[in-house]
Design a protein around this ligand. Structure first.
Ligand SMILES: Nc1ncnc2c1ncn2[C@@H]1O[C@H](COP(=O)(O)OP(=O)(O)OP(=O)(O)O)[C@@H](O)[C@H]1O
Length: 597
């Protein structure tokens, strides 16, 4: 019995602690609802598993028959005929197993595809509040780890589990019907093997979980070093960083040695035990045969059955673990799918194709987190075509006002009116389509400049895109790029400057032609020429439209119809430039400071 009985299952791997599923039945049922669309394939797969299990049981039986009835009586023709039969059985088993595996992979991939799409669709409906409360990495792992684990379980583990169970039952029946004494002797070794496996797996699991932690530590360290590379270089801390890395790396080496070496003892140990078991079976079998209670052929069948028996027994627990882990992953996927979006359209939500752009904040209070008010009693209004500037120290609540206007969050109390109606009365999609945003660090997709600007209005012609770029004062720099409008921007826009990115996003907004505009003024240093271009582009963009500008340099907002000064979530001053200067308060101080720099 020389097969490798790697007790920890396929590949002999032992993983970290097993996750528990809160509602296994409910989760299974939901997975079934996804799978049942492929009922015919499932039925075919189950039939194939049963057939291949039966066929694999016939092999050892015929080995015994061949020895007793053909080889020992020296029947050469019969032996050759039976060997062909044996070959047929093994070929048949392989084909059926392959076919069944193929069908299961197909079922699994189809199921995972639909699940992935449903999950993705769900995420589109969830608000920023949801994303604030969940780590992005965790959400990503729903798509990767969790669904992949489920895919593995559906395509392999479940069917292996069923076939292992069928094999164990079948082999037990076959052994007892051939010779019950030898059957009992064969089973004697099983409890010992199970005990050893359980012990080694439980210790290994702790070791693997430590290794997992150390891998996480190493990844975190490397990530931090890469992101903070400039700071490390700036302070000449390369050697310190390397020293720390050496420690983290060494820790991982040691925990890996412990984990791998210990779990590596499982295979040889179980091999040894099963070989011992086999020796006992052969010894007892020989005694029985000498007394005429069994035959050489039956002993040979037992040897082969034992080989088939120990592997599934050892595999069952690992397969169960991987199914359990997949269920836990699936449960997390379903939990995300069950999230109730906190911003939903009313039943009779208004469809709007244009807005006048009148905005009223009426005694608005808002908080991101319980008992931590972010905005308090915000009260102001903007008429069509007005420019409203929001200024205030960092963290005072300017972006939050914009977030409410975009309806990324709902106000906690008070009312936010748009064209005289509560913002909640409008269809969310329509509302956001009518609002344009130019951020200080706008996001650009990987693609050409043309495609990036066209993102503002997908049906725009090339001429319209170029016209928008001209109005945005972006045409000048685009013209000087090697491939002009066909220049490819890398993901996130790393290959163009921040000022240029902003010009592109102005062009994008001009093309979209929204009714209400939000501008987040750039804080970083931009060269004077680009800055003049941006200012010109913005002036063209906001002409005749209500606009909200988060301003950092007061020079750019002197012409604003209203300047709102926010501090600690409250409006402390408001009015136009001259009114605020006359008040000699926060704005006056800030303006005087900026003018003297
Ligand atoms: N998603 C969030 N979850 C919890 N708190 C938040 C969130 N976003 C902002 N805050 C907090 O709300 C307060 C106001 O933040 P906000 O971003 O509106 O300030 P800001 O005036 O725009 O600042 P800056 O000028 O630095 O952009 C800050 O204390 C901030 O920490």
């Amino acid at each position: 019995m020389q097969q490798t009985t790697r007790g920890a299952g396929p590949g002999g791997r032992v993983s970290g602690p097993i996750e528990k599923t809160k509602d296994p039945k409910g989760t299974l049922l939901r997975i079934w609802l996804y799978m049942k669309k492929q009922k015919m394939s499932l039925v075919a797969s189950v039939i194939l598993v049963i057939l291949s299990s039966i066929l694999s049981l016939l092999g050892p039986y015929f080995i015994g028959v061949i020895i007793d009835h053909y080889i020992l009586p020296k029947d050469v023709t019969g032996t050759i005929r039976m060997i062909w039969l044996l070959v047929g059985i093994y070929v048949g088993t392989s084909i059926l197993t392959w076919l069944q595996g193929y069908i299961m992979v197909d079922i699994s991939l189809n199921t995972i595809k639909v699940l992935r799409e449903d999950l993705f669709a769900k995420l589109q409906t969830l608000s920023l509040r949801f994303f604030d409360q969940h780590k992005h990495g965790e959400l990503m792992s729903r798509f990767t780890n969790d669904l992949e684990q489920l895919n593995q379980a559906l395509s392999q583990s479940v069917i292996q589990f069923v076939s292992s169970l069928l094999t164990i039952i079948g082999v037990t029946i076959a052994m007892f019907s051939l010779n019950w004494v030898l059957a009992i002797v064969s089973f004697l070794i099983i409890p010992v093997m199970l005990y050893v496996t359980k012990k080694i797996v439980s210790i290994s699991r702790k070791n693997f979980s430590q290794r997992q932690k150390d891998v996480g530590g190493l990844n975190g360290f490397v990530e931090e070093t890469i992101s903070g590379g400039e700071v490390i270089a700036l302070f000449g801390k390369e050697e310190d960083a390397f020293g720390q890395f050496h420690e983290v790396n060494e820790r991982l080496r040691q925990s890996s040695i412990k984990a791998d070496m210990f779990s590596g003892t499982l295979g040889p140990f179980n091999n040894f035990l099963s070989n011992m078991g086999l020796a006992i079976v052969i010894g007892v079998g020989a005694l029985l045969a000498l007394n005429g209670h069994t035959t050489i052929g039956i002993i040979a069948s037992f040897v082969t059955y034992s080989r088939q028996f120990t592997r599934p027994i050892n595999q069952l627990s690992t397969l169960l673990n991987s199914i359990q882990a997949a269920l836990a992953g699936a449960e997390r996927v379903f939990e995300t799918m069950d999230e109730v979006p906190d911003l939903v359209d009313k039943r009779d939500a208004l469809q709007v194709s244009s807005l006048k752009g009148e905005v009223q904040f009426q005694q608005v209070d808002f908080q991101y987190e319980q008992n931590k008010p972010t905005l308090k009693n915000i009260h102001f209004s903007a008429k069509t075509g007005e420019m409203i500037a929001l200024i205030g120290p960092t963290g005072s609540g300017k972006t939050t006002i914009i977030n409410l206007l975009m309806r990324f969050y709902d106000v906690r109390s008070g009312e936010l009116l748009l064209d005289g109606r509560n913002i909640k009365d409008y269809k969310l999609r329509d509302l956001r389509k009518r609002i344009g945003i130019v951020l200080q660090d706008p996001y650009l997709f990987s693609g050409t400049i043309m495609e990036n600007i066209r993102y503002g209005r997908l049906d725009a012609t090339d001429e319209e895109v170029i016209e928008a770029a001209k109005t945005a004062s972006a045409h000048g720099f685009i013209k000087h790029l090697p491939n002009q409008y066909q220049t490819t921007i890398t993901s996130g826009g790393q290959n163009i400057s921040q000022g240029q990115k902003q010009l592109l996003s102005i062009a994008r907004a001009i093309l979209a032609n929204p009714d209400l505009l939000i501008l987040d003024e750039a804080t970083s240093n931009i060269d004077t020429k680009t800055e003049i271009d941006i200012q010109r582009g913005i002036r063209n963009l906001i002409k005749g439209k209500t606009s909200f500008v988060i301003a950092h340099r007061l020079k750019t907002i002197e012409l604003a119809n209203q300047i709102i000064v926010i501090q600690d979530g409250e409006i402390i001053e408001s009015g136009n430039h001259h009114e605020l200067l006359n008040q000699r308060g926060f704005y006056y101080d800030l303006y005087s400071k900026q003018m003297t720099i």
